[in-house]
Design a protein around this ligand. Structure first.
Ligand SMILES: Nc1ncnc2c1ncn2[C@@H]1O[C@H](COS(=O)(=O)NC(=O)[C@@H](N)CS)[C@@H](O)[C@H]1O
Length: 433
């Protein structure tokens, strides 16, 4: 992508309405545009990151045996009347009446809808377990949307729903999702700590929130210092096993949200911090399958009400949480795994023929090698180019200028460390491909 044509409306000033760093940087980096309270358009740079985050979520769901589908955003109120949540959900639910005066709503979550779909088609225990997910926009009419997309009203969520014959099976599904969540966030280059949590309006009696430690987090959390050095990707339990040892290990290291914190049980090495909830998983048994009649024929021929759980990740919130966890005064520092581009190619002198030819060739070679590159070919001052690339957080910068060309070198900079190397173009190319 060439900066001279890219729709990237970066801002020089810090928007006054932005109170936390991720909101400020997402606006300044031209990633989002508020269209109304708590509702945002995702501009090209932001959309690229959102898709990368979604793809890692998708890969780990598929790896855990979940199956992707897509449910609509608009739902019939009838489903919510069956489960008894229509009134209980309260003002956060956006209620709509269609032209035939049918009561509809913009879905804040999909337990009822997925249970209705499941029960229509699954009649026998032989078809269990099932774990179905989608990545879909949700609407929650938050009384005070704030912090940009961190607490929005329309937001992107990956939500799973598991169906099992009995509680033991449902707890295995829960452990499989627990592993998938630890892997998902670790693959994005962030540390999300699973904490025993309250179940709230979703319900049930077993629940964990996955919390990223960040000074601007909305929740107060407590955890054993051991969590800070944990490398879950080094742990590779047999995903087809019962995961009991794995689950016991990671739930025995103290971590609790404020509601669940118990000072008596806290370890000596206790970390108290602010946290951002990026995921929340629940086991809630027959809370929805009973009132909605999701029943299968059991092994003995008798009817069995299926046992369920649901598992959510705030995909759009993760983008903001990534920035909260990884930025500096110059701007965003994207982990390689989710960066919108891998290389920023900066031409210091756009009107210098030799620089332009060398940059155009390198741009073509990087693209041919499948490297995602953003090429600053504008006639801007060098300082403005460096500032923009630092702001939008591209992991590698390759800078080409007249002096370097004469010396036969380019400058390669690693955004995260700030380390700069002067080296031959071929060596720089080798480092980023
Ligand atoms: N207003 C919001 N803005 C952005 N993300 C949100 C918002 N509300 C919730 N989320 C994200 O969505 C995740 C799941 O939401 S939840 O309410 O905890 N769980 C559910 O809705 C379950 N149905 C999971 S399938 C949260 O962990 C959080 O990361």
């Amino acid at each position: 992508m060439r900066m001279s044509t890219y729709f990237l409306p970066t801002l020089k000033e810090t928007p006054s309405e932005a109170q936390i760093v991720s909101h400020r940087l997402m606006l300044r980096a031209g990633m989002i545009r508020q269209t109304s309270a708590g509702i945002y358009a995702w501009l090209p740079l932001g959309w690229k990151v959102l898709q990368k985050v979604s793809q890692i979520v998708r890969e780990e769901q598929d790896r855990a045996g979940a199956q992707e589908l897509l449910m609509p955003t608009i739902q019939s109120a009838d489903l919510w009347k069956q489960s008894g949540r229509y009134e209980a959900y309260g003002k956060e639910m956006l209620r709509i009446t269609d032209r035939h005066d049918r009561e509809m709503l913009f879905g804040p979550t999909n337990e009822e809808m997925i249970t209705d779909i499941f029960k229509t088609f699954v009649k026998s225990y032989k078809d269990l377990p099932k774990n179905l997910y989608h990545i879909q926009w949700k609407f929650r009419d938050e009384v005070r949307p704030r912090f940009g997309i961190m607490r929005g009203r329309e937001f992107l969520m990956k939500d799973n729903y598991s169906f099992d014959l009995d509680a033991e099976g449902a707890r295995l599904s829960y452990r499989r999702m627990f592993l998938a969540y630890l892997r998902t966030f670790a693959r994005m280059g962030i540390k999300a700590i699973p904490m025993r949590a309250d179940t709230g309006p979703i319900g049930g009696d077993l629940s964990h929130e996955f919390i990223i430690l960040a000074d601007t987090g909305e929740s107060q959390v407590f955890c054993d210092k051991a969590w800070l050095d944990m490398d879950v990707l080094a742990d590779n339990p047999d995903a087809n096993g019962d995961l009991k040892d794995f689950f016991a290990k990671y739930t025995s290291i103290y971590a609790a949200t404020e509601e669940m914190h118990d000072a008596e049980k806290a370890p000596a090495d206790l970390v108290t911090a602010r946290g951002i909830e990026v995921g929340h998983i629940f086991y809630f048994g027959t809370k929805y399958s009973a009132p909605m009649g999701a029943v299968v024929t059991g092994p003995d021929g008798q009817p069995v009400t299926v046992e369920m759980g649901s598992y959510g990740i705030g995909v759009s919130r993760v983008v903001a949480a990534l920035i909260e966890a990884s930025h500096d005064d110059a701007g965003i520092i994207w982990p390689d795994q989710v960066a919108p581009f891998k290389v920023a190619l900066i031409n210091l002198k756009a009107d210098d023929a030799a620089c332009r030819t060398t940059c155009d060739d390198l741009y073509a070679r990087l693209q041919a090698a499948g490297v995602e590159v953003i090429y600053d070919d504008r006639s801007e001052r060098p300082g403005a180019k460096f500032a923009d690339m630092d702001l939008i957080g591209i992991p590698w910068q390759i800078t080409i200028g007249p002096r370097g060309l004469k010396a036969g070198t380019v400058e390669l900079k690693r955004r995260a460390s700030g380390e700069k190397l002067e080296l031959p173009l071929e060596e720089a190319l080798a480092k980023v491909t």
